[in-house]
Design a protein around this ligand. Structure first.
Ligand code: AMP
Ligand code: ZN
Length: 460
């Protein structure tokens, strides 16, 4: 197989760059995890499917991947401006459970969603609340390097101390700062962000810890820099998340890494674009959103949603629609049925494999990769070649094509009667009548195929 080099779009440089691991052949990949105050919505899951495709493509290219993903179970405030309630404490109030209980509950639901979508689980899961010591150590490092200041409310990162702060977002700081409000008393610049927040004086939080600065909890951004560096080192291959992170969370992760380790944390920064709803809200804070279970309740196989998202490139916004889901369901069904019917795999078709590889290595061009898959399905290649080739593709697509079985569909008695008459006509070598019966069966929407075990009937 002539291998096309893997090229990925790096948001940091705003360029498509050839991907070369920093420590070949191993790749370190960090993905920002879910804030577990509620179920994941299907928008969140679009981002995790994109990251799964990325990981599978890296592995397809022969790179073993260490995939680290955090669970945000403390410190993510309702507003990105370090104000408002902690989402976890708010979720606890909503459900009447403790913050610790809902973290456990929604983490489990999230993991079940990943499994249902054939998303490979990370090599390392890490929870913010299990890494308070590491986060305090990183804040101390930033303090020692002169990047922090204290307010009544907590310890803040002074973004004015860093010349290229916000480069990832291409923030125009001069213009930006002038137009922004300083939301927290004592904050020096609007873009400054909390590293450690103090617990309110008049109330005890459910989640709080001692620190050199006082009792409180970590800011949201510090957990990712601290845990990524712990498990992947201070400069690793790829960091990814949803497009919203380009503007606040990731610039702040980079600022922290720059301030302590002198690196921009990752060689590539990659972002998946949002799933949007035209006829419903996709915001968890409104309490009205679609989750995977909603799709399952409507009768969709979870992998239909996976297929639906693969139809568009990860760097474009995607509108969710039920018509789109129905189209994906039909396509997936046809693909599964075809792959099932091809039987045992033979040898892979190298030309198709090359074409597929060229598309996936072209910054994860899954719409093109799917087009190649369909062209394979419609080709004249022998079934065993098609089967081997599609199973190779399915290492990336992960649509479960290897083990799908048709559900035992009940064929109406009237159709079975026609099939039996046709068998009798065939036995009597009455070919014109057998053909006429086949046409009659086809007109009713069924297909009959003659196999060694006898006729096989299925819906067309
Ligand atoms: P959160 O739980 O808010 O920390 O988000 C988890 C992941 O989902 C992050 O990578 C977000 O960038 C991503 N995300 C949030 N909303 C959407 C959306 N509508 N479409 C795609 N990804 C999203
Ligand atoms: Zn993060």
């Amino acid at each position: 197989m002539t291998k096309k080099p893997l090229r990925l779009y790096d948001t940091y440089t705003r360029q498509l760059r050839e991907f070369v691991p920093l420590h070949p052949p191993n790749v370190g990949l960090y993905a920002c995890g879910l804030t577990v105050y509620d179920y994941a919505h299907i928008g969140n899951l679009r981002t995790y499917i994109f990251e799964d495709i990325l990981r599978r493509i890296l592995e397809f290219n022969g790179y073993p991947v260490t995939h680290v993903q955090n669970i945000t179970d403390v410190g993510h405030l309702v507003s990105d401006a370090d104000t408002g309630e902690d989402k976890m404490e708010k979720g606890a109030r909503r459900t009447g459970k403790t913050a610790w209980e809902i973290a456990e509950l929604y983490t489990q639901h999230f993991k079940d969603d990943l499994t249902a979508l054939n998303i490979l689980h990370p090599t390392i899961w890490c929870k913010a609340t299990d890494h308070i010591g590491e986060q305090i150590a990183l804040i101390q490092c930033l303090e020692a390097n002169g990047y922090t200041y204290l307010t009544d409310d907590g310890v803040y990162f002074d973004t004015a101390r860093q010349e290229d702060y916000g480069y990832l977002a291409r923030l125009n700081l001069a213009g930006q700062q002038a137009g922004m409000r300083v939301d927290v008393a004592g904050k020096r610049n609007p873009t400054d962000f909390a590293l450690w927040k103090f617990s309110p004086r008049d109330q005890q939080r459910q989640m709080e810890w001692d620190s050199p600065w006082g009792v409180g909890f970590p800011g949201w951004h510090i957990e990712c820099s601290a845990m990524a560096a712990k498990y992947l080192g201070p400069y690793f291959d790829i960091h990814c998340g949803g497009e919203d992170h380009i503007f606040v969370h990731h610039p702040n992760e980079i600022a922290q890494a720059q301030g302590c380790y002198g690196t921009r944390l990752a060689n590539f920064w990659m972002h998946g674009y949002f799933l949007q709803l035209t006829d419903a809200k996709m915001s968890k804070s409104t309490g009205d959103f679609l989750r995977l279970q909603t799709l399952i309740d409507r009768g969709y196989d979870p992998l239909v949603y996976r297929y639906f998202t693969l139809n568009s490139h990860y760097r474009s916004k995607l509108n969710f629609s039920w018509e789109g889901m129905d189209g994906a369901a039909r396509a997936l069904n046809r693909l599964r049925r075809a792959a099932h019917e091809w039987g045992q795999p033979g040898a892979v078709d190298e030309a198709y494999a090359d074409e597929f590889t060229a598309h996936i290595n072209d910054d994860l061009n899954m719409p093109r990769a799917l087009a190649t898959t369909w062209s394979l399905v419609k080709s004249d290649l022998p079934p065993q070649t098609k089967k081997a080739t599609i199973l190779l593709f399915d290492r990336v697509l992960a649509l479960g094509l290897a083990d799908w079985q048709p559900a035992d569909e009940a064929i109406p008695d009237a159709i079975m009667a026609l099939v039996e008459q046709r068998q009798a006509a065939r036995a009597a070598k009455n070919w014109p009548e057998a053909d006429a019966l086949r046409d009659q069966i086809a007109a009713a929407g069924y297909e009959v195929e003659d196999t060694i075990e006898g006729p096989r009937v299925q819906r067309k």
